[in-house]
Design a protein around this ligand. Structure first.
Ligand SMILES: *Cc1c(COP(=O)(O)O)cnc(C)c1O
Length: 378
């Protein structure tokens, strides 16, 4: 191959992003400083959420969101297995258990009907994943969580900037956890945020981020005074990373528009291939198009198609191996067959390259190669 290889996703770093980081590096605060708060205010504003608490990763955001919602030993979360392991492991770290329910075949997001049948005595949180950037069916899910008095936490790692019935991600659940990993909608290298409308949830997440420390000095106390009120972690995001995040956030609309344009080209130019099923965007949703996941009609040919694409320079991926298929979860007593729709999707899926920095030539090359690989292997 003479051409550079195209990954399924990657960051887009501008000169302005680099300058923002350089400026923060030359400042007084490398870690917690004024840029952290500026980034939080900009995030809250951008999503229409009342509060944003930035943390060191998307995993930390899930952990802090679950903690803020009061999850603990004896509790259960209900989520789907078509996700990265962190959605589940963050709950296990708090001593809770995880019940996996199936996804809807078109979007790969939590199936409200499956949820209704799975909620039990110990269920405390419901955690939909905005798979590939497409928001879950929040109205249908909310009807169930409201009726049962459950807290709704969105895994919004893929979907910053997406919306559902005109409402932005960040306002669709009681708490939303997002990620700033390099392939995600905007990046801080590593990082994440909890978005919420409730001051109390934000306060708990903030405390959890910094060892459970509260600094409310009584009037006659010495300067060194602080108190550890909770068990927490060092989940802080640095000022330097926040400077990158702030600069990236200013480019979110541009990123979303470019992703949408590329997805539109793929949907048009790959529609002639009967061997693959294309992703959908429901009329009530505006996807962030984090991933472009095609499904092969014949899952026995998926591996050949996948390897042919990779051998020809498209570094495709699979999202995801269902969480309950992993050995750790098998040892907890879970077995393949638990969520047949998610498992079927896994067996058919291939994520094509899709990221804002792709050129029109890159997009043409993907379209051409997918046709060639489909002809050769499907
Ligand atoms: C990326 C991701 C996470 C974890 O985010 P990190 O920033 O990598 O810790 C959680 N859930 C989903 C669905 C993700 O894609």
């Amino acid at each position: 191959m003479s051409e550079a290889r195209l990954p399924y996703g990657r960051q887009s770093i501008s000169r302005a992003d680099v300058e923002a980081v350089a400026e923060a590096l030359a400042g007084d605060f490398l870690t917690t400083g004024p840029t952290v708060e500026r980034f939080e205010r900009a995030l809250a504003e951008c999503c229409g959420a009342g509060h944003a608490v930035v943390v060191s990763s998307g995993t930390a955001a899930l952990h802090a969101a679950y903690y803020a919602a009061g999850l603990g030993p004896g509790d259960e979360i209900v989520t789907t297995p078509l996700t990265f392991v962190a959605t589940a492991s963050a709950a296990l770290h708090l001593g809770a258990t995880v019940r996996f329910v199936d996804v809807e075949p078109d979007t790969g997001t939590l199936d409200p009907a499956a949820l209704a049948g799975a909620v039990g005595e110990r269920t405390r949180l419901v955690v939909p994943i905005d798979y590939a950037g497409h928001p879950a069916d929040y109205d249908a899910i909310r009807a169930i969580t409201d009726e049962r008095g459950l807290t709704l936490v969105a895994d919004a790692a893929h979907s910053l900037g997406a919306s559902y019935r005109g409402r932005p991600v960040g306002t669709l659940a009681d708490l939303s956890a997002t990620s700033f990993h390099p392939v995600k909608p905007v990046t801080t290298c590593e990082g994440g945020a909890v978005l919420t409308g409730k001051a109390e949830h934000a306060e708990r997440a903030r405390r959890f981020r910094n060892h459970g420390i509260v600094r409310q000095r009584p009037p006659d106390s010495p300067y060194w005074f602080y108190e550890v009120e909770d068990l927490g972690f060092n989940y802080r995001l640095s000022d330097v990373q926040s400077a990158l995040g702030l600069s990236q956030l200013g480019r979110l609309e541009e990123f979303l528009a470019r992703r949408r344009a590329i997805a539109g080209r793929y949907l048009e130019a790959l529609a002639d291939l009967p061997q693959i099923i294309l992703p959908v965007e429901r009329p009530e949703a505006r996807s962030g198009w984090h991933l472009f996941v095609v499904q092969v009609s014949d899952p026995t040919r998926r591996r050949a198609f996948f390897e042919h694409l990779r051998d020809h320079g498209l570094l495709v991926q699979v999202h995801y191996i269902p969480v309950h298929h992993h050995p750790y979860f098998r040892r907890l007593g879970l077995e393949p067959g638990l969520c047949p729709v998610a498992e079927e999707r896994f067996a058919r899926s291939v994520s094509l390259p899709l990221f804002p920095a792709m050129t029109d030539d890159d997009v043409d090359r993907v379209i051409d190669q997918v046709h060639r690989s489909a002809a050769a292997t499907l």
